[in-house]
Design a protein around this ligand. Sequence first.
Ligand code: ATP
Ligand code: MG
Length: 577
Amino acid sequence: MRFSRAFIPTLRETPAEAQALSHQLMLRAGLIRQLAAGVYSFLPLGWRVMQKVMRIIREEMDAIGGQEFHFPALNPIDIWQQTGRVEAMGDVLFHIKNREGLVLAPTHEEVVAFHARQHVKSYKDLPQIWYQIQPKFRNEPRPRFGVLRGRQFTMKDSYSLDATWEGLDESYEKHARAYRRIFRRCGLRVFVVGASSGAMGGSASQEFMVESPAGEDTCVVCSQCGYAANVEVARSAVEPTARLPESHPLERFPTPGVRSIDDLVARGIPEERCAKALVYIADGQPLMVLLRGNDELNEAKLQAVLQAVWLRPATPEELQRFTGASAGSIGPIGLPTPMPVIADERLRDANELVSGANVDGYHFRHIDLQRDCRIEHYADIRTVQAGEPCPQCTAPLRIVRAIEVGHIFKLGTKYSEALGAFFLDEHGQERPIIMGSYGIGVERIIAAFIEQNHDEHGICWIPAIAPFHVHLLALGVEREEPVRRVAEQLYQELWDSGVETLYDDRPESAGVKFKDADLIGLPLQLIVSPRSLHSGGVELKERRSGKRHHVPVEEARAAVRQLLHQLSEEPQWATLP
Ligand code: ATP
Ligand code: MG
C-alpha cells in the first residue's frame, strides 16, 4: 500500500481521552477512531491486524474440529427470558425500542441451545464444536481504555455440545490447548487463572490473562512455579498464628485513644497477637469478621463463604447500635447484639489475642478463641499481599494488574435444560446436552499485545499480526530519481514475493517518515535514501531491537525475507506455563 494514498491518520499528540497506553498508541498510529463512548471504527491498518488475529483464531479452532457459524446479533428476547438472563444481564443487555421482542446479543449460549434443540437428536450427533467470530453488544456501565472494554466488540465464541461429562472435559481441554496456541501465535505472554478440574463437568472455568497496568483484574502470580490466581480466590503460605502454651485469664484494660491495630502495636502489643474485628451486613443480617493484625479482608472471599447476595460494611451508626462502640474498639467478646463471628483461617484456635471490648477506649487481652468465643466458622477471607510465600513453592508472590483475553467455561446443562435441547442416549433415554462455552476478545488481543510490545516511540509488531511486514521508506523521493526508481522496484519485488509492504512515498521529511514508521511499528524498515544508494545499497532496520543492516539493492529482497523469518521465530514469544 502506498502511504500517500492510504488512510493512515497518525497523530503527533497524545489524545486526551486515552488513559491506557495501548489506547493511546492505537489512536496515534491510526489503527482506530472513536465513534461514540465504547464504540470504535477500525481504520485500514487496525482492520488488517484484526483480520490476521481472526485468521489465527480460525485456524486453531478449525484444528480442534470447530465448525464456523455466523449467528445474528439480533436475538428474539424470549430465548433470553427462558434462561432467566434478561434479568441477570440487567442493563448490560441492549433492548431495542422500536421493535418489541428483540435484543442485541451480548453472547450466544441461548442461540446455540435453540439450534441444538432443533437439530441434535441423538448421541450419534454429538460431540460438536460450534464457533463464530462476530460482533457482540454489551451496554458496559463504564466503557474504558478504548477497545479493551467496548460496547460493541468482536468475540470468538465457541460452544461445545457433548453427550457425557467426560466428553465435556475433553472439549474443554481441546479449547485450553487451542487458546494457548492462539495466544502464543499472537505474541502474548499469558497466564491462566481459575479452577481447571471441576470433575464431572461441574462449573470449572479458566481465564487467560495478560499482565498489564491497563488491566481491570488484580491477580496474584508466582514467577517461580507459575501459580496464578485472581486475588478474589488467591491463597498464600502465610504462617498461622501460633497457639501459645499458656492462656492467661481474660482481662479488660483501658486503651484511650487507640483507633487502629497500629495504635495497639505502638503500645507494644505484637501485631500477630492483635485480632481486628469488622462488622458487615450480609443480606440484611449483621456479622462480625475477625482478621489477624493488619490483614485485609477480601470481600469477594467473604461473600463466597457466606453465599450472600448483598454484602456491605456496617455504617458507623450501625456499629454503635450493634456493638455499642466505634470501629477502633469492637471485638468478639461482650457483644450486646449477638451475631455470628467468622474468623480468618490464620487465627484458627489462636490464644493470647487482643481485641476491642465493645466499649470505646477498652480492649480485652489474653483472648483464647477456643475458650472465650463462639466462632461460627474459620475460612480463608484475607487478601494476599505482595511478597507473601507462594502456596505451591513458597517463592515470593507478585500482585499484578491483568487483562482477561479469554475465558473457557464448563456450562453443564443449564442452557440446554432451559431451552429444551435434549438428545436420546444409547439406551433411548432423553438427556440434556452438556455444554461448554469459550470466548476470546479479538480487540483485547490486539490491545493487550500493544501493552506488552511497545517502546517510547511506538508499537513493536511481530510479523504474524503486523498490519504489514515491511515499512519501505523512500527519503527525498520527490526530488531524487534514483531513490524513486529503486524504491518502486523494491516495492514491486517485495509484493511479488509475498512480503506485505507499506511504501512511504510521501514528500515528507526524513524525520517525519522515521517517526511515523516507529509509531506504526512494522517489524522491518527498509530505507532507501541518496546516502544509502551512494554507499552501495539500502538500509534495513529491525524495529524492536534497532539493529541495522546495509545490503546491496539486489540482495534486499532476500535479506528482508530472511530477517522476517528470524523475527517470526524469536523465542521471547514463549507462553508462560
Ligand atoms: P469482563 O470481566 O472483562 O467484563 P467477561 O467475563 O464479561 O469479561 P466473557 O463474557 O467471558 O467476558 O467474554 C469473553 C471474552 O470477551 C473476554 O475474555 C474478553 O476477552 C472479551 N470481552 C468481554 N467483554 C468485553 C468488552 N466489553 N470489550 C471488549 N472485549 C470484551
Ligand atoms: Mg463483562
